[in-house]
Design a protein around this ligand. Sequence first.
Ligand code: AMP
Ligand code: FES
Ligand code: ZN
Ligand code: ZN
Length: 318
Amino acid sequence: MTGKTLKKGSRCTICKSKNEKNKAVVFLPHHRLALCKKHYLEWFERRVAKTIKDFKMFNKNEKILVAVSGGKDSLVLWNVLNNLGYETEGMYIDLGIDEYSEDSKKLSVNFSNKINKKLNIVSIREEVASIPDIDKLTNKPACSACGTVKRYYMNKYAKNLGFQVIATGHNLDDETAVLFGNTLHWDLKYLKKQYPVLKEENGFIRKVKPLCKITEKETALYAFFTDIEYIEYECPFSEGASSIEYKEILSKIEEKHPGTKLQFYSNFVKSIYPILSEYDKKQSEEIKLCKKCGEPSFNEICSFCRLKELVNIGNTNN
Ligand code: AMP
Ligand code: FES
Ligand code: ZN
Ligand code: ZN
């Protein structure tokens, strides 16, 4: 398991400074670090701990609900928070996407048993319909309906379960792909919301992304070294998503210029976001309570209830 430019026989940077002799197994070009397995895992957890602290995401007195999809990022995040001594529970949303949901649920349950932490499972089939059914019954693209459902469930159930903060596994590749898309379109409405902490307000729970400065490759390495089993194939509806294209473009740039992704994201968060959030104060949308379900919404009826209506119309037309 080596990075592209890890030279054969290189010693771990940290071991070298302590006069130990362990060989490096990982090379992180944009951090200029060659590390052995032990120091890689330590580096990774320290980096997540620093992100949590720098952005004041949460503290040890708070209980964190980790949104777990069965993918590597969210399972790694759960493992790291656990190792760092945070009190956690998991939440898995069963989207009813056939084999994909079955497999990812099983892996999430297995992992929660392994670390001996509670996993809360909610099924969208019971409250609305499975994602494949929503796809058939409405003209909404599955991925966008899925995003609406996930956001709604995360917020509603986290509150119902008594949590004030929910942590998701979004990583640096996810965040830069979204930032790239929003920048290409100069979409201020979304850009002004792209921050690793969204504070609780008006019925919205606090949402945090502790892996926002960790790349997908780095998470995969952590999962490999700690034997975390995760779902290795993509959701069948993700094919052709523009975010995948943006990830490929950014990875090509990163390969030639290591550190570009981190710089793109970090400089946005540090220098551009504060300007946008000032702008937000002047343009801010009013948050109401949905007339149907009572959850917070920017419209009279929230997007989840509107989706539910479309599903009902689709059902009666069939
Ligand atoms: P995605 O939207 O698939 O890129 O996932 C981003 C993050 O959302 C994951 O790292 C999880 O923290 C969370 N998430 C995605 N799908 C689910 C799910 N089915 N249940 C709970 N959390 C999820
Ligand atoms: Fe939501 Fe694929 S995970 S549509
Ligand atoms: Zn070492
Ligand atoms: Zn509603």
